[in-house]
Design a protein around this ligand. Structure first.
Ligand SMILES: [Fe+2]
Ligand SMILES: [Fe+2]
Length: 303
């Protein structure tokens, strides 16, 4: 039997083994021994570092310019955003000046995350591009909400929002057939995708928690992935997951992106808990309605 014929069998056996271990609640480190998980590129960690402070243009340029494909993508975003201008943008520094330090850091970090899962294909009615647009929209909305609440380190909320549903692509990566089955069930039942995942013991919330832990990301990112559908833990109300939940719900309520099994909901209890006024939330909704098309158009280029 040739090598090409052996590989799929080996892969299936490996997936079955990991799946059984997950169902049996085997300690995570055991699962990691069996299946090599996707890793986050080094440049992403450096970008995260920059996003937690107030970087200079030169610092950001220094991090990005060693990665040729990242540099090319940032230049293409800048050229497309400023397509009306006479001169083509060839320099990374100029692109950062025009687009903004925070914007370029966020775009670059997002490109790194997308690249990790690039080989994946859509399954059933799950469209990866729409999935990432949902993640980006949740990140942008979470940052806006955090700004309105005067939360500390508001910039980290974009990244947290971007990664909140990462467990779902991990599900697709590890168990594509199982995920397709879950999607089919969801389509028939009309229930939320999370409920269908939970019935199979594969909730994206704890798969996401597991992956972010493995990637060594900060604790609040891990908590946001784990608790963004229910921001209560041991009778404590968790602020960051609650902001991500509100952002996620807002993105679904406004139909910013078309995703199967998304959870629309009434934001009032969360607004109350977070100390939001109705007027302030209304202003955020109006702002999102204004930027919805440009948001999709701008981000579609890097997906
Ligand atoms: Fe989620
Ligand atoms: Fe979500």
């Amino acid at each position: 039997m040739g090598q090409a014929e052996k590989t799929p069998l080996k892969k299936e056996a490996l997936q079955a083994e990991v799946y059984n271990m997950l169902l049996l609640r085997t300690p995570h480190n055991k699962i990691l021994e069996v299946k090599k998980l996707p890793t986050l590129p080094e440049v992403a960690y450096r970008l995260l570092d920059l996003l937690s402070g107030e970087p200079e243009i030169s610092e950001l340029e220094e991090v990005i310019r060693y990665d040729q494909s990242l540099t090319a993508k940032i230049l293409s975003v800048a050229n497309s955003a400023y397509s009306g201008s006479q001169k083509e943008i060839h320099s990374l520094e100029r692109a950062i000046v025009l687009l903004g330090i925070r914007e370029v850091s966020e775009i670059a970090f997002s490109i790194c995350v997308f690249s990790v899962f690039k080989p994946l294909r859509n399954v059933g009615n799950f469209n990866l591009k729409e999935f990432w647009l949902h993640s980006i929209a949740t990140g942008i909305t979470a940052r806006i909400i955090a700004q309105a609440l005067d939360a500390k380190n508001e910039d980290k909320f974009f990244t947290m929002g971007l990664l909140h549903d990462i467990g779902r692509v991990l599900l697709l990566h590890l168990f594509p057939e199982k995920f397709e089955e879950i999607l089919l069930h969801q389509e028939k039942s009309g229930r939320s995708l999370l409920v269908e995942e939970m019935e199979c013991g594969l909730a994206h919330t704890w798969m996401g928690r597991w992956l972010l832990k493995r990637w060594g990301l900060p604790e609040d990112f891990i908590l946001a992935a784990r608790f963004h559908h229910n921001p209560f833990y041991k009778e404590r109300f968790l602020m960051e997951p609650a902001i991500i939940k509100l952002a996620d719900m807002t993105v679904h309520n406004l139909n910013l992106v078309n995703l199967p099994g998304g959870q629309k909901g009434n934001p009032e209890p969360l607004l109350y808990k977070l100390g939001f006024t109705e007027d302030l939330y209304q202003a955020i909704l109006e702002h999102l309605s204004v930027i919805r098309e440009s948001l999709k158009e701008a981000w579609s280029q890097v997906l």
